[in-house]
Design a binder for this molecule. Structure first.
Ligand SMILES: Nc1ncnc2c1ncn2[C@@H]1O[C@H](COP(=O)(O)OP(=O)(O)OP(=O)(O)O)[C@@H](O)[C@H]1O
Ligand SMILES: [Mg+2]
Length: 362
């Protein structure tokens, strides 16, 4: 899978630019605050259906402008695609894939696969469970639209259940028929979600442990730790488990158990990475998990994703930098950096210089 050209109008600090990419390494360089990450962000929107950092579409529109337009040409083994997005400040966005209109940005998710590496990846190891759930969800949703639908339905039902729990506590109730209705729905979607998550984590562990051992000789172990503590994970066992927790959930006026509490345990040489590992070991674990995410996409989809490396080279020591360079040698990758010396260039490397929202290709 690869991307060939990106056009931006009124996107972030770009007024009007078209950038052509090489199928190998693209080194996007320039000083701070010139628009390097903005390019990766634009590509990311085409894959994830949303920006990895903006809270609202409005932020993406160039200051003082009413709308932004983005267009991307990309290709997989089977066909060529063009996707186009028009964002309007006070109106509805418009999205097209091969000239056919689609209704939601999230529907873009299953066409283009990318994996973004950034210094924040450290959160995968150090951060809260929600960072790890986001990682699982974005990895799996990219490949399985059904998973995303289940996840959306699950969270809708969970929201309803939580409001009901508040009124039940207020009324001093001990159980409720409607509560069981929501639990039923949470059990159906929850068991489906768990199955996808477990399969993902199994492969992630297989790939990431191999990578970590190649980089540092350490033993990385990743295991799925569910918010549903039952031996069986079919929907009726999950339903019974949710029902057993009714009384406590009413007392506390919020849902206490369920897959919204899922996490993954990351350990290095048998010790919990979050607690015992050095910063360097944590970074290696996070890097291994991200490379493993790309391997997972390749395994399931049969195509390697486009890699976006945002400013991570300066964070890696020479050993890890050369490991990564070897891994990405024949892949399409967009790397941002302020310092071109950190990246080994080959005759195939394309240099893209960015200054104040203007791109010069060399
Ligand atoms: N909506 C917007 N309209 C105009 N300019 C914007 C908008 N949003 C962000 N910018 C500008 O884009 C620039 C930041 O771009 P970007 O994050 O791509 O920088 P960068 O080159 O990656 O820098 P660094 O090396 O520091 O990471 C900033 O100057 C910021 O003010
Ligand atoms: Mg940046």
């Amino acid at each position: 899978m690869h991307i060939s050209s990106l056009s931006l109008s009124n996107f972030r600090n770009y007024s009007s630019e078209k950038i052509e990419f090489s199928q190998h390494t693209n080194l996007i360089y320039g000083d701070n605050a010139q628009g390097k990450t903005n390019i990766l962000e634009a590509v990311c929107i085409f894959s994830q259906g949303r920006s990895h950092r903006a809270k609202t579409d409005r932020e993406l529109i160039r200051f003082g402008e009413e709308f932004a337009k983005l267009s991307l040409d990309f290709h997989d083994n089977e066909r060529d695609y063009n996707a186009a997005i028009r964002l309007v400040k006070n109106g509805k966005k418009n999205i097209k894939v091969n000239h056919v209109q689609i209704t939601k940005l999230s529907m873009l998710m299953n066409y283009l696969n990318v994996v973004m590496f950034s210094p924040e990846d450290l959160e995968l190891v150090k951060g809260s469970p929600s960072a790890r759930r986001r990682f699982i969800d974005s990895s799996v949703s990219q490949l399985y639209p059904r998973y995303l639908t289940s996840l959306i339905d699950y969270h809708k039902a969970l929201g309803q259940k939580n409001s009901l729990l508040k009124t039940l506590k207020y009324k001093g109730a001990r159980s409720d028929v409607m509560l069981s209705v929501w639990n039923e729905q949470l059990a159906v979607e929850g068991s489906r979600i768990m199955e996808y998550r477990r399969d993902f984590v199994t492969l992630l562990d297989e790939f990431a442990s191999k990578i970590q051992s190649e980089i540092s000789g350490e033993q990385l172990k990743i295991t799925y730790s569910s918010g549903i503590k039952t031996d069986e994970t079919d929907k009726s066992s999950i339903f019974k488990y949710l029902e057993r927790n009714q009384r406590r959930e009413i007392e506390l006026a919020s849902a206490q158990v369920g897959i919204q509490r899922d996490d993954i345990d990351v350990s290095v040489n048998g010790k919990t990475a979050r607690v015992y590992c050095s910063q360097g070991q944590q970074r290696t674990a996070a890097l291994s998990m991200k490379i493993a995410q790309a391997d997972y996409i390749q395994r399931i989809k049969g195509e390697y994703p486009v890699l976006l490396l945002d400013d991570i080279m300066s964070e890696l020591d020479i050993n890890r930098r050369s490991y990564l360079a070897e891994k990405i040698r024949d892949k399409q990758v967009l790397i941002t950096s302020t310092d071109t010396d950190l990246i080994e260039s080959t005759p195939d490397t394309k240099l893209i210089y960015v200054k104040n929202g203007t791109v010069t290709e060399q």
